[in-house]
Design a protein around this ligand. Structure first.
Ligand SMILES: Nc1ncnc2c1ncn2[C@@H]1O[C@H](COP(=O)(O)OP(=O)(O)O)[C@@H](O)[C@H]1O
Ligand SMILES: [Mg+2]
Length: 311
């Protein structure tokens, strides 16, 4: 790769990518909640989903949230694809929540890999900065930018790494997740060296785990330090594995906090037993600890990004 002719783009200061080289770890869930967390604090926030999976945690597609930009659809990753293809600024869906704009992921994002490869012979390593360039004109609108990322393809992961200031790495405690961390660590080093010297690790956390498995946690911490470097902050918040409330919230297009807020008026199991309600109407009580843990994870990530020196 010939990097001498590449024009470096300084990423915005408050820009965090959630990434790890493996699927199903919780990246998209964390990215959506992090974006919603900042927006709820009154910060103008942008979530960019650089992933071919459109999880729709915020109900954009299923519940028609937000104001779509004029022109062709930006759903299913098409807006992101078009911006990079046409070399135009990103066009987010506005006000998906108050203060929250989103560039949705989806199938078309997967097609970016072919586009980037086709441009490689002429543009060289410069193609990896194409997302950073599409973001640059709109970045000043926002106080906070969050990237969700895809582990499917190194080229997509690198695209987001070239556009972000911070990398935050969630991991599960299995060996595959730890291997995935090795992969992002490799892409991180590559992009930092060639294209984005501003890139820093914001920290790592254990996600979707049993918070009482302390022995296991120590092993994961050791693996994180080994793969991502000794200076990586390992956050203390562990978001527990609570599949039912997590999956229900996503299906309803609600954040954990929004879903938890429905609990007081929710139908109960005895209503289901009496035939007054269906199972789907019952908000599981375990949404409360899940929402609290996610809240505390976001406070902790934010505190780390604020106190770290920005080099
Ligand atoms: N704390 C949790 N406990 C159990 N399941 C979860 C939790 N958070 C998210 N999930 C579910 O796990 C699956 C994978 O999460 P996702 O955020 O899509 O991961 P990734 O983006 O890394 O592939 C989804 O079905 C999601 O709803
Ligand atoms: Mg995902």
């Amino acid at each position: 790769m010939h990097s001498n002719s590449v024009e470096l783009i300084e990423p915005p200061a408050n820009c965090v990518m959630v990434g790890t080289g493996k699927g199903g770890v919780g990246k998209s869930t964390i990215a959506a909640h992090k974006a919603a967390w900042h927006a709820a604090r009154g910060e103008r926030t942008l979530l960019v989903c650089v992933t071919s999976q459109d999880d729709d945690d915020l109900g954009i597609e299923s519940f028609d949230r937000g104001i779509r930009p004029d022109g062709p659809s930006v759903l299913n990753g098409m807006g992101l694809y078009r911006a990079i293809h046409d070399r135009t600024p990103l066009l987010p869906i506005r006000e998906v929540r108050p203060n929250l704009d989103v560039v949705p992921g989806g199938e078309a994002v997967g097609e970016l890999a072919t586009l980037l490869t086709a441009r490689m012979p002429v543009e060289g390593v410069h193609v990896v900065t194409s997302l950073a360039r599409a973001l640059e004109p709109i970045a000043p609108w926002y106080d906070q930018i969050v990237f969700d990322s895809a582990p499917e393809l190194d080229s997509l992961e690198q695209l987001a790494l070239a556009a972000t200031r911070w990398l935050f790495v969630p991991t599960r405690s299995d060996t595959n997740s730890i291997r995935g961390m090795r992969r992002i660590a490799r892409n991180y080093k590559l992009v930092r060296k060639q294209l984005n010297p501003y890139l820093q690790v914001a920290g790592a956390c254990l996600y979707g785990s049993n918070p009482s498995a302390t022995q296991l946690h120590q092993e994961v911490r050791d693996a994180v330090l080994k793969e991502l470097g000794l200076s990586t902050p390992m956050l203390t918040t562990v978001v527990g594995y609570r599949e039912m409330p997590a999956v229900n919230a996503r299906n309803k297009g609600l954040t954990f906090g929004e879903y938890a807020a429905l609990l007081p008026s929710s139908a109960r199991s005895y209503d289901v037993a009496a035939g007054r309600a269906s199972r789907a109407d019952v908000v599981p009580e375990s949404i409360v600890p899940l929402a609290n843990e996610m809240e505390s994870l976001n406070s902790e990530i934010d505190a780390h990004c604020r106190k770290a020196p920005s080099s």
